[in-house]
Design a protein around this ligand. Sequence first.
Ligand code: PGA
Length: 253
Amino acid sequence: MRPKVIAGNWKMNKDADGSVELINGLITRSGEIPNGVTVVLCPPFTSLAIAQRLLDGVPMALGGQNMHYEDEGAFTGEISAGMLKSVGCTFVIIGHSERRQIFGETNDLVNKKVKKALSAGLRPIICVGETLEERERGVTEQVINVQLKGALQDVPENEVSRAIIAYEPVWAIGTGKNATPDQAADVHKYIRKILGQFYSWNIAEKTIIQYGGSVKPDNARGLLAKADIDGALVGGACLKPESFMEIVKASAS
Ligand code: PGA
């Protein structure tokens, strides 16, 4: 059995005070986290240090929303893997569709970041997903295949199972239109098949594959009940302690 991993991607939301309020709301409810469920909070960079302090002794992990693949240097505005680790991060989201679409991240750049995250000891949450136009053209699998192979190029077998894959159909992100559990499960199964071909069935069986895209308390249970859906990457619904914890609880039942 793969453990469930529920991650909250706060995106560019919550200033310092707002972050403290949200984290305290989550801490109050942390007793509700079911056994075997890993909860990851990905606040903005500016709130990671305070989050680390507040979460001392609380069973919730921290993740960055992005990172650079170099260790240090003249990269204005960027954050390194080591910097994320220094404020308690153990996860990092890489290749989110907003990074790809708005900031022009390519599969090659995603690959560099994934390799650096893994070698630095962070667990990358690698996002893949098709646009509405690609789904309608019937090329969802080809798109996922290219993104996945691009992201995992030269990632050795002994490191890859620490990576998490997040299937996030772009048309479902922030739109309120989620994929049905069956639509999501089909793509998750396909991703596992590709991992099996690319590495081995043992690796494919071990890899956590999250679903993301308008996951809410009322649809989480149906999605997370599917055999190949091992967790969720939650955007909008992670900004309220009640709705995020409802999703966390739904992952165990
Ligand atoms: P959403 O975002 O839950 O608001 O659709 C998910 C994501 O982009 O990770």
